[in-house]
Design a protein. Structure first.
Length: 598
């Protein structure tokens, strides 16, 4: 009987269309949190999420709602991130729910991730409730957006909820539609346990805590459970739900979404996508899991202070407990010492991880420019995966190099199609198709090297279309490209952490931009520092950091001791994110110079 009163759903949307605000309104309207506890975007728990106003990790919460039919319903709301870097998390949460609320901005209309996310929802056979949000905006055009939802997506939008999450409009109607339009979960309470893990966090007392959707059976404390893919076995210590704070329960049953703790020490034992069953009464097979997720970009993380290498390793291990998509392995660099090659879902993810390491673990890091993974085929027929440009075998040993491509979908108003095509072509894009979504909007598809997409493509796309274009992309395999490695030499010494891989056609121009930039970034010394870019032994660009004309430091030494201390202190802090390479000080920005040199 309880099952028929459960509704499990996610909210999906293009970034900034108002998912988190709608979640907050639902929590308020159902008195899940008192007004005093209500902070904006309550589900965005990470500090960084609040500051940046984006959802990075999904969260789930249970809500009680008394409907117009007089019955009380249990809603499990699973929040999802909107940024393209985190679309993998969207698909994970959608595999755990039965319905989706599709939020579309009444002024912006349907955008690239609206389509991408709604297709994920359709793939998961979810019932979908369209919500047109921000109808309070002067630029809102709900009728047009209603047409777009019908024409572009093919969903019936005649009963779309017209909402302003900001002003609380439409929320009561949305709550009713959740009850009447979304299906109750199914699943047999008597059947052997099958529960899907779709997220995990770490608690220093309870160990790894898993967020799960129970598909069949019941789970309670004391049960011996097995993870069907990893084979690991544990005893359940606690089950419960989030509302939004954790509340213990006696059991979780088929249809529930909740958490389970079992003193799990290693995240490898219990990865998202794995199925939990009961050791004494096991299910015959695991639930369909998730596509293994592969990082899109890699970069080297090095502590500026070599002595903190172990602290960095521990910090990465801790972050990994909350972020199964983070990958790292030790690497050494002649220039930077001991560090880790770290894999990320995209540049935003990289930024977030780096910032968390610095803030939460008080580390000062040098991050090398992100790189995709290349496939280098050697003359003896081997394939080498290269995610650190410095590791590319010698040109004489390479037969061919392949790089990852994506199929990019760019949604844009018709008048910008020319601009978009020009941009995509300049990034080595290969035209696939172009579809009219409706009278004004076009979906332009291009095959583009991933390396070109991750750098500045999105920023350029936004600025050249005055913000009207939106982008989504999927991996599309590897293709052979004419690529070379460019090395950077400072003072005659090759700095391995500055090497980059680039298409032959762009090698010279990019090398010129980078050597010119490095000249601005690298501090002057009392001797001249030549900066050179080379392919093999051939120098293709150069610049020089001029020497100091006179010794300014000696003057300070004779000055007021107070001022001198302040200056030294300032220098020390400025130095934090620098690395001495030979006799040259290289600041953090230098390692990123390659990023915007396109
Ligand atoms: P991500 O979590 O980053 O994916 O974004 P989101 O889709 O959750 O959007 P969020 O709820 O953070 O809202 C984005 C912005 O739109 C915020 O500044 C909100 O205050 C604003 N916003 C949300 N709903 C409304 C609305 O109904 N009207 C207006 N005018 N602004 C709104």
């Amino acid at each position: 009987a309880r099952q028929s009163h459960i509704r499990n759903f996610s909210i999906v949307a293009h970034i900034d269309h108002g998912k988190s605000t709608i979640s907050d309104r639902i929590l308020e309207a159902t008195h899940t949190v008192t007004e005093r506890d209500m902070q904006n975007q309550l589900l965005d728990t990470m500090d960084l999420e609040r500051e940046r106003g984006i959802t990075i990790k999904m969260n789930s919460v249970e809500v009680n709602y008394t409907a117009e039919d007089g019955e009380t319903y249990i809603f499990h709301l699973v929040d999802t991130p909107g940024h393209v870097d985190f679309s993998y998390e969207v698909s994970r949460s959608l595999a755990a729910v039965d319905g989706a609320i599709l939020v579309v901005d009444a002024a912006q209309g349907v955008e690239a991730q609206t389509l991408a996310n709604v297709y994920l929802a359709i793939d998961n056979d979810l019932e979908i409730i369209p919500v047109i949000n921000k109808i309070d905006l002067p630029a809102a055009d709900p009728e047009r957006v209603q047409d777009e939802i019908e024409e572009d997506i093919g969903l019936d939008a005649s009963e779309a909820v017209m909402a302003s999450a900001k002003e609380g409009v439409g929320i009561p109607e949305l709550l009713e539609q959740i009850v009447t339009k979304l299906p109750a979960p199914t699943g047999d309470l008597e059947a052997p346990l099958q529960a899907l893990i779709f997220d995990s966090t770490y608690d220093s007392y309870k160990g790894v805590i898993l967020t799960i959707r129970v598909r069949e059976g019941i789970m309670k404390p004391g049960d011996k459970i097995r993870f069907m893919n990893s084979g690991a076995e544990y005893e359940v210590t606690e089950v419960g739900i989030h509302s939004p704070n954790p509340i213990k329960r006696e059991y979780l049953m088929a249809g529930d979404i909740g958490y389970v703790a079992a003193s799990i020490k290693s995240i490898r034992d219990a990865r998202p996508g794995d199925t939990i069953t009961n050791v004494d009464n096991p299910a015959p097979e695991a639930l369909p899991g998730y596509q293994p997720m592969t990082p899109m970009v890699y970069s080297g993380l090095y502590p500026t202070d070599n002595a903190r290498y172990n602290d960095l390793r521990e910090a990465l291990e801790k972050l990994q407990l909350n972020d199964a998509s983070l990958e790292f392995e030790p690497e050494t660099s002649q220039a930077l010492g001991f560090g880790f090659r770290t894999g990320f879902l995209g540049l935003l993810h990289m930024d977030v991880i780096q910032e968390r390491l610095e803030r939460e673990f008080d580390l000062d890091l040098i991050t090398t420019a992100p790189s995709v993974t290349y496939h280098a085929y050697t003359t003896d027929g081997e394939m080498v995966e290269v995610s650190n440009p410095a590791d590319l075998p010698d040109a004489s040993e390479i037969k061919s190099i392949e790089e990852p491509y994506v199929l990019a979908q760019i949604m844009v108003p018709e008048e910008y199609v020319g601009t978009v095509m020009e941009l995509a072509q300049g990034k080595r894009g290969e035209f696939e198709t172009m579809e009219y979504l409706d009278k004004q909007r076009v979906n332009v598809k291009y095959y583009i090297p991933l390396s070109e997409i991750i750098f500045d493509f999105f920023d350029k796309l936004k600025s050249s279309t005055r913000g009207y274009a939106s982008l989504d992309y999927d991996m599309d395999g590897y293709r052979a490209s004419n690529l070379v490695k460019v090395d950077i030499l400072l003072n005659g010494d090759k700095v391995d952490a500055l090497s980059f891989i680039v298409h032959t056609d762009f090698a010279q121009s990019r090398a010129r931009v980078i050597t010119a930039k490095l000249k601005e970034i690298i501090p002057r010394r009392n001797f001249e520092v030549p900066i050179q870019a080379a392919i093999g032994s051939k120098i293709i660009a150069r610049s020089t950091v001029k020497a100091y004309r006179k010794d300014v430091t000696s003057k300070i030494h004779t000055g007021d001791p107070d001022r001198r201390a302040k200056l030294l202190d300032k220098q020390k802090r400025g130095k934090k994110r620098m690395k001495s390479v030979g006799a040259v000080e290289v600041p953090q920005e230098a390692f990123m110079a390659v990023l915007n040199a396109g």
